[in-house]
Design a protein around this ligand. Structure first.
Ligand SMILES: Nc1nc2c(ncn2[C@@H]2O[C@H](COP(=O)(O)OP(=O)(O)O)[C@@H](O)[C@H]2O)c(=O)[nH]1
Ligand SMILES: [Mg+2]
Length: 235
């Protein structure tokens, strides 16, 4: 297993002046994919505390103009972009999420740029820990591209990565169509074995945080099963 482990003992930055044992493990065969940082903090008073730090790569796809850039912008910066420019090639974003015992950095790759960059997409999927595929609820035909994205993620990242289906622009959908669209999308998500379906609106901020929270839960669940620590101890 090509896992490299680096450890050193030093001062933790900041006012606490605690001595810290830093252990960084990473899989060099998947260099662009995940870095697992396990940091044991030994406090001045000798009370051990563990913070786990993860970096997860997430790939995002879906037909053009479904609202990927707008939704990611809302999630990352809490602002609805009334007009976004077309994504050229592939766009990268990152977001840090801090919980009581872990510190997660999402490295988000928006692959859904122009058609002429399609040839680049498979190589950017490598090492992704999860995927999100969007379709536009107000242009239901965009759901026909979902399967191709799911297949590409599974072939080029990992067959078992959790993938979430996101419907966008819920605010544009006439109320009497919402139930039908949701039922059909849910059916497709189940048929494709996806980790969940969320109807969202970036304009009215519906379900965006919920979609990412479920995605993160699915990844952390898998991380527990894969048991990176055990793998790393064999290095
Ligand atoms: N009404 C409405 N418009 C949206 C929403 N999300 C995106 N849009 C608009 O849809 C267009 C395409 O969005 P964009 O994020 O560039 O799509 P992308 O090609 O998938 O990245 C833009 O004009 C956005 O303002 C939404 O939730 N509601
Ligand atoms: Mg875009």
């Amino acid at each position: 297993m090509p896992i490299v482990k680096i450890s050193w003992y030093g001062w933790f930055p900041g006012k606490h002046r605690a001595k810290v044992l830093y252990i960084i493990m990473f899989d060099i065969s998947l260099y662009n994919e995940f870095v697992y940082l396990h940091i044991s903090i030994i406090h001045k008073k000798g009370i051990p505390m563990t913070i786990q730090k993860f970096i997860f790569k997430i790939v995002v796809g879906g037909a053009g103009a479904v609202g990927k850039t707008t939704l990611l912008h809302l999630y990352l910066h809490n602002v609805f972009l009334p007009s976004s420019t077309m994504t050229i090639g592939i766009a990268f974003h990152s977001k840090e999420i801090v919980t009581d015992d872990s510190n997660v950095k999402l490295a988000i790759w928006d692959l859904g740029g122009q058609e002429r960059f399609r040839f680049m997409q498979p190589s950017y999927c490598q090492g992704a820990k999860a995927g999100i595929v969007f379709f536009d609820m107000s242009r239901f035909d965009t759901i026909s591209q979902v399967k191709d994205w799911v297949d590409m993620f599974r072939i080029n990242a990992h067959p078992g990565i959790p993938i979430i289906l996101g419907g966008t622009k819920l605010d544009l959908l006439p109320p009497d169509l919402i139930e039908t669209v949701n039922d059909r999308a849910q059916e497709i998500a189940e048929k494709l074995g996806l980790a969940g379906y969320f109807p969202t609106s970036s304009k009215t901020n519906i379900n965006v945080d919920e979609l990412f929270a479920t995605l993160l839960e699915s990844i952390l669940e898998r991380v527990k099963h894969e048991n990176f620590v055990t793998i790393a101890s064999h290095a």
